[in-house]
Write a protein that binds this ligand. Structure first.
Ligand code: SAM
Length: 511
């Protein structure tokens, strides 16, 4: 288990323990980092293509960590690296699809290193991520030589996670040939009407999602992709389109999806979709080639086997044998945070994962913790387990702004109850699938609902103990969390509390 003693946050919240830097901390002198960067063409390419200029010292450290797991040099005083997705924006493969509340690669490496021997120095281990997102846990686990399985309810991030873990098995020559074919076929996308066999999906938006000139090119692209017979290559092409479609649309991520005029940006009447798509495909190609070289160079590990199940973990977990998982690393959706389904509607509709609001609703109601919109109106939801403090909080919440009904305390109490009922189910399943002595690391944040702070981490830890887990600790890993979709709304501003949003890791072990 974790080697350091792990502090449980007090009721005062989450305070980081700053550790003095040592010579082994991942920090490089400016002179050294400059010299290293000049000899590191990958970093230059990554920065140019992502438009993201990383702090050189940290990005160098992170690139090293991509393949060499290490639990040293934590910058947050816990045993682990910073979990925030930021560094992934410049890391090969991880940079393909940015994901709100996604992990950083080095966080996953540090957790694997703390709990598992490198894959090939002993029996192969199975790592589980029940809420896999775009697959950060899965990719890092397989690169560290472990087997990995992830569940992801939303087909779009599931596609991304699948593409990433297949990367080392892609036939690059074939991928190149299809990129060339795209370039050839794409010459007429702007001038010729798309074939009648393909039509725009029924995505309802306030203003047209794509302008007519852009739409015809996207339809051509989709029609062209349907001719790619190799499943893995077709997956990469579909992902490439999914990752760029909003950038050529009249919508924008801010970070929630909204219209460009609403964000003070002009409409996009026309765009060269082929050029944007080819740019993305080349980025993917560069990353795949780079990763394969790195894998070849790595003499200690062979890549593990990875699998993504596009399904609700709470209902599809029977695909996992009892006592089969060595380590779980995950980050479930945070309470009242990002609306993953709404924000991926363009990809869900345009990549034909869903075609109607009913299918969208099914995804929303299956989402861990539900969404406030799906539970606010119904009967009072009961808590399915005992927890005195939480019951008291829920009672108080139900009384807050009662007159506002679904929009006041009653609606929000339903939401918080549904969230913890799912948490309880999740922990019960985890108890079944973890091996004895197997560990679980759950990265989660607190929430502020109708002015009341809900310490989700603390409650999860207590519920885990109720279920028979040993609570190893709840180290604080980020004492300030920003960028949530509705941080500025009155719901999140904390009307009666001075609490700020933080993030911690709930670390549990099956005895
Ligand atoms: C915080 S994100 C995980 C990000 C991930 N750690 C990464 O680095 O990409 C939570 C994910 O859980 C997924 N999810 C929500 N409910 C789920 C469920 N019932 N089963 C499986 N996945 C679910 C969401 O679609 C979202 O992608």
């Amino acid at each position: 288990m974790a080697k350091s003693s792990l502090p449980v946050p007090s009721d005062g919240g989450c305070t980081l323990r700053k550790e003095p830097r040592t010579s082994s901390s991942p920090r490089y002198s400016k002179r050294n980092s400059k010299r290293s960067t000049r000899h590191d063409p990958y970093q230059r390419i990554a920065e140019e293509e992502s438009g993201y200029k990383a702090d050189q010292s940290s990005s160098l450290a992170q690139q090293r960590l991509l393949f060499h797991a290490s639990s040293n040099g934590s910058r947050n005083g816990s045993a682990f690296k910073d979990p925030a997705f930021g560094e992934n924006k410049i890391l090969p493969v991880h940079r393909w699809v940015p994901w709100i509340a996604g992990f950083s690669a080095s966080f996953v490496d540090s957790v694997c290193a703390a709990y598992l021997h490198p894959g090939n120095q002993g029996a192969r281990r199975l790592v589980l991520d029940p809420f896999a997102g775009v697959g950060t846990t899965l990719l890092q686990a397989v690169l560290n030589g472990h087997d990995a399985i992830g569940f992801e309810i939303n087909p779009y991030p599931s596609l991304a996670a699948t593409a990433k873990i297949q990367t080392v098995r892609i036939n690059l020559e074939q991928f190149d040939a299809w990129i060339d074919e795209t370039r050839r076929s794409g010459k007429v996308w702007r001038s010729v009407a798309p074939p009648k066999r393909i039509s725009a999906p029924n995505l309802k938006t306030r203003i047209p999602f794509l302008s007519p000139r852009v739409e015809r090119q996207v339809l051509h692209a989709l029609d062209f992709f349907s001719s790619i017979p190799d499943e893995r290559i077709a997956t990469l092409f579909r992902l490439a389109l999914g990752s760029i479609i909003v950038s050529v649309s009249n919508y924008t991520y801010e970070p929630s999806l909204g219209s460009r005029p609403g964000a003070g940006k002009p409409l996009i009447e026309d765009a060269d979709v082929l050029a944007v798509l080819l740019h993305k495909l080349h980025q993917m190609r560069t990353d795949i080639a780079w990763l394969r070289e790195k894998v070849k160079e790595n003499e200690t590990n062979t890549v593990g086997a990875g699998r993504v199940v596009n399904a609700n973990f709470l209902t599809a977990n029977e695909q996992l044998d009892t006592a089969s998982v060595d380590l779980m690393i995950t980050s479930p959706p945070y309470m009242n945070n990002y609306h993953y389904v709404r924000n991926t509607r363009p990809q869900l509709y345009w990549l034909s994962f869903i075609s109607s609001p009913e299918q969208q609703r099914t995804l929303e109601t299956g989402n861990f913790g539900k969404y406030w919109q799906t539970v606010r109106d119904g009967q009072d939801i009961e808590l399915n387990f005992e927890h005195r403090d939480l019951e008291r909080t829920l009672k108080q919440l139900r009384e807050t702004r009662k007159g506002a009904g679904a929009y006041g305390g009653p609606g929000w109490a339903n939401y918080v109850t549904a969230y913890f009922n799912d948490s309880y189910r999740f922990l019960a399943i985890l108890k079944r699938v973890l091996k004895r002595k197997g560990a679980g690391v759950i990265v989660i944040g607190n929430s502020i609902i109708q002015g009341m702070e809900i310490k989700v981490d603390k409650i999860l830890g207590e519920v885990a103990v109720q279920q028979g887990f040993k609570l190893e600790g709840i180290p604080c890993i980020r004492d300030k969390r920003v960028g949530a979709s509705i941080t500025q709304s009155s719901v999140r501003r904390g009307l009666r509390t001075n609490a700020t949003l933080y993030e911690s890791a709930v670390i549990i072990q099956k005895p």
